[in-house]
Write a new protein. Structure first.
Length: 262
């Protein structure tokens, strides 16, 4: 750890320069995103601009953290190293503790010797026990074992999506889920801009959707979003996939209903 702080202190001017350039770029992005947000017409565009603003603020906090660590490494640590360690206080000779070894051995403590106790067994009980064991074995041998019939688990039906460019393939309609699972499918378009995943309570819901995740690149039969069912109540939930093109339009969304059982 000390070597790492020394490296940071050595290259502190370059770190400050990089942080300054990144800050200027983020300031330019902030101006551009704010202008796009004021000119946004669609709700999806405003949501995208808001997420960009959150990303800019996150980068700004990261720059402040990096610059703080750099300042601490280049300013505080050299002063602490120059001061040197604090000498330990020593006691006067009259307060020192003198330990004198002794050669007197400790007295050995004898341990108690266990005594075994033999309990006689009545001879008349042995034939009865043998007869009981033989009768039990005969009963087990003649008792038929019930056959175990395997019941197949229900198979979830795949989601029916009107447009193959926005399709959820896994899980299917009626699938029972719990814990963390991944929505798998396809999100693509000839003029692809981004896609988003939303969810709403109930089976086959058509409104009341809440934002879950999005993606800036097309997906072909891959993961669309991770879902943590521990934040959802038990029962049916509907997940919706929407693919948006460069003009702000989108084909008919794909919906799938799953059953949460935590």
């Amino acid at each position: 750890m000390g070597v790492l702080f020394q490296i940071v202190a050595t290259y502190a001017p370059y770190i400050y320069l990089v942080c300054g350039l990144v800050a200027l770029y983020q300031l330019y992005r902030l101006t551009s995103v704010r202008a796009d947000r004021r000119q946004a017409v669609f709700t999806l565009e405003r949501e995208r601009a808001l997420r960009d603003l959150y990303g800019i603020f996150t980068v700004a906090l990261g720059l402040l953290l990096v610059m703080g660590i750099t300042y601490f490494s280049s300013s505080m640590l050299p002063k602490a190293a120059a001061a040197g360690p604090t000498p330990d206080a020593t006691l006067p000779p009259e307060f020192s503790l003198q330990i004198v070894p002794t050669t007197t051995p400790l007295a050995a403590t004898p341990s108690a010797t266990p005594t075994a106790t033999v309990t006689p067994v009545a001879a008349t009980l042995i034939p009865d026990a043998a007869a009981a064991i033989a009768q039990a074995n005969a009963t087990v041998a003649t008792t038929p074992t019930p056959a175990v019939v395997a019941v197949p688990a229900p198979v979830a039906a795949p989601a029916s999506c009107a447009d193959p460019r926005a399709a959820i393939t896994t899980p299917g309609n009626g699938a029972i889920v719990n814990g963390v699972f991944t929505l798998i499918g396809t999100a693509t378009h000839e003029q692809f801009n981004f896609y988003k995943v939303e969810f709403a309570p109930g089976a086959n819901a058509s409104s009341g959707f809440t934002y879950l995740a999005d993606g800036r690149g097309p997906v072909f039969g891959g993961g669309l979003a991770n879902v943590d069912t521990r934040g959802l109540g038990n029962g049916p939930w509907t997940f919706q996939l929407t693919v948006v093109d460069q003009t702000g339009n989108y084909p008919e969304p794909c919906r799938v209903t799953v059953v949460v059982q935590n």
